[in-house]
Design a protein around this ligand. Structure first.
Ligand code: C5P
Length: 236
């Protein structure tokens, strides 16, 4: 499985996103992510353009609605030719199965579908007190991962800290995409369960999502390369 650093294009417009991507030399095509901010502003056209420019793309829309609505939304998304799509595992199994059905093209192929377990901004206290979910974050992540796996999903979104438990329970092939990554000298921002790129590598993450430490850096290209070196190891 190819390990990689994914950069979220958390920008308000396609113009800003492409200005950011123009910092990269022509031969260097980072794996990128579009979330709600850019997708709601620009629609599917921005996803098509990013794919046309040769990037791999994670469409991070975190669907969470009744099964029929999520299935229909996934039917709309499946023709965008993105590499990864996601939803909230909290939507429960029937919703996840409907999503996979909707995402599957007539030829049987589908983008990888992964489930958000607990947002990396959510603390143990918030999960217990506000979401009214008892137990530890890791227990919830494992239970949600189990449900996602039994619904046929390809993996989950979780914090790097939960990866060893997920891999031990569900195998190395079950994908872990991990936001909440910060350099030792970065701001934490609103993230709560965090690790450095080197720590995420050691814990076994497949893909790390590194946003503001790259996009808000004085030299984003240098910050991206720093994350790549730390996550993939100097030899690669
Ligand atoms: O800037 P930062 O590195 O915190 O960005 C993290 C990105 O990953 C954001 O685009 C956020 O929406 C996304 N994300 C997350 N936690 C999740 C799922 C996605 O932070 N559980």
């Amino acid at each position: 499985m190819a390990k990689d650093v994914i950069i979220p294009l958390d920008f308000a417009s396609a113009q800003e996103a492409f200005a950011f991507l123009s910092l990269f030399p022509a031969g260097e095509k980072p794996f990128v992510k579009i979330g709600m901010e850019l997708f709601y502003a620009e629609g599917p056209a921005v996803a098509r353009e990013i794919k046309a420019r040769g990037h791999r793309l994670f469409l991070d829309l975190k669907l969470h609605d009744i099964p029929n609505t999520v299935k229909k939304a996934m039917i709309s998304l499946r023709n965008l030719d993105v590499d990864i799509c996601n939803l909230h595992a909290a939507g429960a199994g029937e919703m996840m199965r409907a999503a996979l059905e909707g995402l599957t093209r007539p030829d049987g192929t589908h983008p990888l579908l992964i489930a958000v377990t607990q947002l990396t901004s959510t603390s143990q206290a918030q999960m217990n007190g506000e979401l009214r979910i008892p137990g530890t974050v890791e227990e919830t992540v494992l239970a949600y991962a189990q449900n996602a796996k039994s619904c046929g999903l390809d993996g989950i979104v979780c914090s790097p800290l939960e990866v060893p438990g997920v891999k031990a329970a569900f195998g190395t092939e079950f994908l872990t995409v991990t936001p909440g990554v910060r350099f030792a000298d970065s701001e934490t921002d609103d993230q709560s369960r965090i690790a450095t790129p080197a720590k995420a590598r050691q814990l076994g993450s497949d893909y790390i999502v590194v946003g503001r430490p790259i996009t808000a850096a004085a030299d984003p290209l240098a910050a991206y390369r720093r994350a790549m070196r730390a996550f993939l190891g100097d030899a690669s």
